[in-house]
Ligand binder design. Structure first.
Ligand SMILES: C[S@@+](CC[C@H](N)C(=O)[O-])C[C@H]1O[C@@H](n2cnc3c(N)ncnc32)[C@H](O)[C@@H]1O
Ligand code: SF4
Length: 351
C-alpha cells in the first residue's frame, strides 16, 4: 500500500490531488506519509473570514495613497452570470464578511441590484455584506433597488483628510466635495426608507487624531458614523502619506499565513482570506490589486485554489526571496503577530 501511494506522489506535485487519489489508504497512512515528506497537509476550509470581491475592476478616481493612482486601471464589470458562477465555486459553508470591492469602485456597476441579489442564493451564508464607495458617481435608481433587497448590512463611503473640502479633493482627485455631501444625504434618505438595518459609515484616513472632531461635527448630524484609520504605505501608490520610509518585511506575509497562525481569532477556529478580481482571478491580498495570481474561480473551487500549485509556488518564492517579487518586495506586511507599521497605522487612529 505504501509503495503504491508513494509512486503516485512521485508522479504529481499537488498534495491535494495525491490525497484524493489515495482512496484506498487509511487516514493514518496518509498522515504518516505527509509527515515523512515534511509537507503541509491540505487545508480544507469550511469558512472564509474575509471575502473581498471586485465586482468592478478599477476606479474612476486616482486617490494619491492608492495603487490605482499609478496603475491607472481600465474599468471592467463582472456579468451577473459570471458572478453567480464564481460564487458557486466558493465551496465553504460560512463567510464572516463579504465586501463587494477590493481595489474597484462597486457603484460603477450598471446592475448592482442584480449582482447583490445573487448573494443570498448561494449554498453558503455570509453574516455581513459590505459596500465601500467613493460616492462620486451613482445610478440612483439601481442603487435604490439594491437597498430594497436588504442584503447589504454596511454601506461605507470613503473620505480622507482633515475634514476640509480642499484636503478631501486633493487626496481623492478628481472628487468633488458637493458630490460627497449629496451622497451622504440621498443615501441616508433611501436607507431610512428601504433598509433601516443597514449601517451608514465612513472610512476616513487621517494623519492627525485632532481632526476627528471636524469629521464628527459634519457626519453625525447627517446620520453617518466615521471609522478612522491611519495611512498605509501601499506598493505602487503615488504618495506615501504616512511620512514613514517603507519598511519592507522579508517573511511570508499575513495574507498567506497558515490558518493555525491566527490562533487568537475566535471565529470558527480558522481564518481563511479570499480576494477575487472581476474575472474570477484570485489574488493574495487587499494591499495591492494584483500582487500575484493564485488561481481562477471560473474553473477551480476555492479549496482547490487554497491548496493549489500556483498558491504553493507563490508562497515558496516569497519564502526564498521576497525582495525579488515586484509587489511584495515593496510591501510592509509581515506575518501574524508581526504585521508591521502599515497594519498598525490602520489600527492606531481607531477610537
Ligand atoms: C481602495 S478603496 C476601494 C473601494 C472604493 N472605491 C472606495 O473608494 O471606497 C478601499 C479603501 O482603501 C482606502 N485606502 C486607499 N489607499 C489607502 C492608504 N494608502 N492607506 C489607508 N487606506 C487606503 C480607501 O480610502 C478606501 O476606503
Ligand atoms: S503585497 Fe504584501 S500583503 Fe499582498 S501578498 Fe504581497 S507581501 Fe502579502
Amino acid at each position: 500500500m505504501h509503495f503504491s501511494i508513494e509512486s503516485k506522489i512521485l508522479k504529481t506535485s499537488c498534495l491535494t490531488d495525491i490525497l484524493h487519489a489515495c482512496d484506498g489508504a487509511d487516514y493514518l497512512n496518509q498522515n504518516r506519509l505527509v509527515q515523512s515528506l515534511k509537507i503541509s497537509p491540505p487545508r480544507r476550509a469550511t469558512s472564509i473570514y474575509n471575502l473581498h470581491f471586485d465586482i468592478v475592476h478599477g476606479c474612476q478616481l486616482r486617490c494619491v495613497g492608492c495603487p490605482n493612482s499609478t496603475l491607472l486601471p481600465k474599468i471592467k464589470r463582472i456579468s451577473v452570470d459570471d458572478f453567480n458562477l464564481f460564487l458557486g465555486n466558493i465551496d465553504v459553508q460560512r463567510v464572516h464578511t463579504m465586501r463587494l470591492f477590493n481595489y474597484g469602485e462597486p457603484l460603477l456597476h450598471k446592475q448592482l441590484a442584480a449582482i447583490v441579489e445573487q448573494i443570498p442564493r448561494q449554498k453558503w451564508k455570509t453574516s455581513i455584506v459590505e459596500i465601500s464607495t467613493n460616492g462620486q458617481k451613482v445610478n440612483w435608481g439601481d442603487f435604490e433597488d439594491m437597498l430594497k433587497l436588504e442584503v447589504v448590512n454596511n454601506l461605507v463611503i470613503s473620505c480622507d483628510g482633515d475634514g476640509s473640502p480642499e484636503d478631501y479633493e486633493r487626496l481623492r482627485p478628481p472628487s468633488k466635495w458637493e458630490k460627497f455631501i449629496e451622497f451622504l444625504e440621498r443615501a441616508r434618505e433611501l436607507r431610512d426608507r428601504w433598509s433601516p438595518a443597514t449601517q451608514l459609515m465612513t472610512r476616513t484616513v487621517i494623519s492627525d487624531p485632532k481632526v476627528k472632531k471636524t469629521w464628527y461635527d459634519l457626519l453625525h448630524p447627517l446620520g453617518w458614523t466615521p471609522e478612522f484609520r491611519g495611512w498605509m504605505n501601499l506598493p505602487d501608490a503615488q504618495e506615501h502619506l504616512s511620512g514613514r520610509k517603507t519598511q519592507v518585511n522579508k517573511e511570508v506575509c499575513f495574507f498567506l499565513a497558515e490558518s493555525a497562525q491566527f490562533s487568537e481569532n475566535p471565529w470558527h477556529g480558522e481564518v481563511n482570506l479570499l480576494y477575487v478580481d472581476w474575472d474570477g482571478t484570485v489574488v493574495p491580498c487587499c494591499i495591492h490589486p494584483q500582487a500575484a495570481k493564485l488561481g481562477n474561480l471560473r474553473e477551480q473551487t476555492y479549496n482547490q485554489i487554497l491548496n493549489g500549485k500556483q498558491r504553493r509556488d507563490f508562497i515558496s518564492s516569497m519564502k526564498a526571496d521576497r525582495s525579488s517579487l515586484s509587489v511584495c518586495g515593496n510591501c510592509e506586511i509581515g506575518p501574524p503577530g508581526d504585521e508591521g507599521p502599515s497594519f498598525r497605522s490602520v489600527l492606531e487612529m481607531h477610537d
